[in-house]
Design a protein around this ligand. Sequence first.
Ligand code: SF4
Ligand code: SF4
Length: 343
Amino acid sequence: MRILKMQEKYLEVFLESLDKFGTLYGPVRRRGVLTFDKVHDLKEVELGGAHPIIPLKKLFHPKKFTMLHFDERGFYPDYSMIERRVVLGVHPCEIHGLLKLDDIFLTKPVDPYYAGLRKNTAIIGFSCLPTENSLCNSTGTDIIEEGFDLFFVDLDEFYLVWVGSSLGHDMIYEREEFFEEDVTHEDIQKYLQWREKRNKMFKHDFDFRSMPDVMELSHDSEVWDYFAEKCLSCGQCSMVCPTCNCYNVTDVFDVTNESVGRRERVWDSCMFVDYSLVSGGHNFRAKRADRLKLWYTHKLKSFGDEYGQPGCVGCGRCVDTCPVDINVLTVAQALTAREVPKH
Ligand code: SF4
Ligand code: SF4
């Protein structure tokens, strides 16, 4: 992979030049909340800082959208949300999350909405420093080697820039004069020192490698009942998790003509009580303990069985978000503790 160097002073002008490759998106504040959205002014983009609470998946697997319109003659897929985009400031765990969504949505049968959004979007990655609850060093997702067009590592007065695709090369050629080929021994030392400093900043450290086995062994653990007593079934953990991808599909009919309408897709969560409700009124997971067990077994074991690596990318959002302190860390710690936690 080609690695170049760019002085810090060129960053803004270079990022501005990327708008010829698509509409710019990035982490910006809207009503005080950091979120991935269209960029109106590059000065508003928060690169390398805290991550938006709703992950990048919202740009590829939108919270709610119209899939198709229908009438007496047939149905018409709606791809109007697909446009050429460039997303700035994407952190490594977020790119890992996107690669996991690729496993799900781009495996046959391919999801045409996700595929269209993905194919038309360039990813400009940015290095970051750990936040209070980052777990990516524990899940091995703090470094990214694929899944981006360009990736910038911020070494204060300059950036090291990884070029990850032919589109990334095209972007560089736009402003070739900003980039230097010569990465010196001193630059490499700076990069290694940055990694060392960053590694020391993580506040949590947990070895998740044993978790697939632990999940297999913990099917009947009392730990699930302990957490079920506390869980509110609010589904926030699913909404904020970059790799949760369940959705519901609803037909919305025109009030004047019931043959006409649209089909909508909206995020869903296996933490909701009616998620496993089927016709006839049977609910496969009416108990909260069963729903929690499903969520964590999928995240820490079954996803890996199917796609090679566990479904947690260590972003820490479930730690930030759950109002009753149920998250990938507290669950993994409880399942591996010497004693079952007491109510
Ligand atoms: S684990 Fe926490 S965030 Fe998830 S549904 Fe239960 S209470 Fe809500
Ligand atoms: S399980 Fe928690 S830490 Fe892991 S990817 Fe999901 S939200 Fe992030």
